[in-house]
Design a binder for this molecule. Sequence first.
Ligand SMILES: [Zn+2]
Ligand SMILES: [Zn+2]
Length: 220
Amino acid sequence: MVNLGSIECGCGGVKLYLPNPRPKFRCGCCCSDCLQRAYIGANGHPPKAVLERRAPIDLIYVDSFFLLPDKDTRAQLSVFRLNDPSGANITLRAECCGAVLCTENQAVHVPHSMAAFNNLEPTVVSDFFDVPEMPFHIFTADWPENFAKRLADRETDELGMAREQISNPASEMDNLHMVNLIRAFQVPPPSMSADFISFKDLREELPLEVVHDYFEDSRL
Ligand SMILES: [Zn+2]
Ligand SMILES: [Zn+2]
């Protein structure tokens, strides 16, 4: 049996397999886009839940390649962007239950990497091996200040130390954590095959929707 990673939607209608089951990096993310995606994927949550969420999104960065999905699975997939039709993030969704499966940032992840979500069960279940430790959190500037502080306090209680918080990665690119993160994005897949398809090629034939103003609505 070949070892594979997988990403499955909450209803089980879509299960995608990844040829490389080992994530290349992991970090907690508090960016507004990740929070919006989490709540877009969790049908039934009110938009204001974006601002009430107390846990960062646990991102695992994986190779941007799937085993070729069958026709029925492909028919259940679509992609969306948040607010901006030319924005950098493009996200894969399961039409059956609306689960948000994974996302690729066209500015920084490509061509080798994309992000999957490690703590959004039961909405989406990501199954990978040797998931690395989470060394830090990024984009805490997008969070209310007291949330970031409470996160640090909680980690100090539970882990004996608070993970570093990089409030705005774009202005802290010299931070060693950021250097390691960006370097991880550039790691190519360990093997290639005609049976694999990249996120980029997969999404080419999928319907694209622009989802508007979710985060702004959440502030009302
Ligand atoms: Zn994020
Ligand atoms: Zn589903």
